[in-house]
Design a protein around this ligand. Structure first.
Ligand SMILES: NC(=O)c1ccc[n+]([C@@H]2O[C@H](COP(=O)([O-])OP(=O)(O)OC[C@H]3O[C@@H](n4cnc5c(N)ncnc54)[C@H](O)[C@@H]3O)[C@@H](O)[C@H]2O)c1
Ligand SMILES: C[C@@H](CO)CCC[C@@H](C)[C@H]1CC[C@H]2[C@@H]3[C@H](O)C=C4C[C@@H](O)CC[C@]4(C)[C@H]3CC[C@]12C
Length: 369
């Protein structure tokens, strides 16, 4: 790129910028993107914390909008150089209908792509998910896999189906001509289960443990490993990918990258105990306290109750056949593709990530008292 262009200040748009990941992406951009001139934060629900960011040197524009509304998306995208599309409906508990999940995750992504094409925005980073790959419904382990590992991806649940469709739209859009004649450059990042400050499920487990007198009960064998990734590192990977898409368009365009860092591979419950343990909780049982078939039965019962009660009340417990299958299937990632393609190295060590998360859980727990 020419020197004059290097000095140019860029306009970034973050969709879903007030969500768990989105807030970290927003803050990371402000801290680590020297070319940032304006940051647009687009979300259906704007957070009050955005106000404090408006006093800094970078112009921060909060836009309340809905990705399913094409005209709202187009207005937000117009004039942006880079879009980080992280808005999504994350629901594996049956809170939203399959149609709504599809509308937000697939049609919303289509609207973002079309807005880029119509308004001439050239760079698009999409937050995909590990669930585009798996775990599949057959319970096949994905062990230390990378972006090229062969795996039978079978999606039935609306959330992974929607993420897979949306990711495909983003990758297929790479190379399309945008307004002004230049090509659109896209890539997709696939986080595994994200943890860190703002992680609601972690906070819910903590509160549940407090209610149970400080105990949590093992349900999943310790041998089932999950890859988890710290939210600060996921945000950092988004910022780097967005920055490097321009310089390395030929290499990165149309590519997918798992999000990874140095977090240890552990079972979902043992990993959570890395944070909940220092907050005073204990996980009871070296082995699951209930036989697996009982969990399968309870998960099926929850699904039935959800269906029966739907006309009256929303019943959406943590345990359902899908979450049980995900929690019971090994899914770990081992790759260096992002490092090779755009120089990604985790910004936060495991020790830092752990400490930051523990401090947040402690604060979130005490504010609930
Ligand atoms: N949390 C995880 O473990 C995880 C793992 C892999 C991928 N992801 C992906 O990361 C992204 C962010 O997830 P998160 O965990 O931060 O979820 P989140 O629910 O905290 O954040 C999503 C944000 O999108 C916004 N949003 C939802 N519907 C919208 C709409 N119609 N229009 C505009 N904004 C809308 C929400 O208000 C929210 O602020 C999602 O795309 C999700 O699929 C999350
Ligand atoms: C059986 C319970 C006993 O304690 C444990 C249930 C845990 C489940 C609720 C979670 C286990 C794995 C989680 C998912 C995983 O971390 C990856 C995800 C990808 C992301 O795109 C969305 C969130 C999630 C689906 C995440 C959701 C919660 C789990 C199923």
């Amino acid at each position: 790129m020419a020197d004059s262009a290097q000095a140019q200040k860029l306009v970034y748009l973050v969709t879903g910028g007030c969500g768990f990941l989105g807030e970290h992406v927003v803050r990371m951009l402000l801290q680590r993107e020297p070319r940032l001139g304006e940051l647009r934060v687009f979300d259906r629900h704007l957070g009050p914390w955005l106000e404090e960011l408006k006093t800094g040197p970078v112009r921060v524009t909060a836009i309340q909008g809905d990705v399913t509304e094409a005209h709202e998306v187009a207005a937000a995208v117009a004039g942006a150089h880079v879009v980080i599309h992280t808005a999504g409906l994350v629901d594996v508990f049956g809170r939203a209908s399959p149609e709504t999940i599809h509308e937000v995750n697939v049609q919303g992504t289509r609207n973002v792509i079309e807005a880029c094409v119509q308004t001439g925005t050239q760079f698009l980073v999409y937050t995909s998910s590990m669930e585009v790959v798996g775990p599949n419904t057959k319970g096949h382990p994905f062990y230390r896999g990378n972006e090229d590992t062969l795996y039978e991806a079978v999606h039935r649940h609306p959330y992974p189906c929607s993420k897979a469709l949306a990711e495909r739209l983003v990758l297929e859009a790479n190379g399309r001509e945008v307004h002004g004649g230049l090509p659109l450059v896209t890539c997709a990042l696939r986080p595994t289960g994200i943890y860190g400050e703002g992680h609601q499920i972690m906070r819910d487990f903590y509160r549940q443990g407090l209610r149970l007198g400080g105990w949590l009960f093992r349900a999943i064998p310790a041998s089932v490993e999950h890859g988890r990734v710290y939210v600060g590192n996921v945000a950092w990977m988004h910022v780097l990918a967005a920055r490097e898409l321009e310089r390395r368009a030929a290499l990165m365009g149309g590519q997918v990258y798992f999000c990874y860092d140095g977090s240890p591979y552990k079972s979902y419950e043992d990993f959570n105990m890395e944070f909940l343990g220092p907050c005073g909780l204990q996980l009871v049982g070296a082995r699951p306290l209930l036989p697996y078939w009982v969990l399968v039965f309870l998960a099926a019962l929850n699904a039935l109750l959800q269906w029966l009660l739907r006309p009256l009340v929303l019943y959406a417990p943590l345990l359902n056949p899908y979450t049980l299958a995900v929690a019971s299937t090994t899914f770990t990632v081992s790759t260096d593709k992002a490092q090779r393609h755009f120089g990604y190295e985790p910004l936060f060590s495991w020790e830092d990530s752990r400490t930051r998360t523990i401090l947040w859980v402690q604060a979130a727990g005490s504010s609930a008292q």
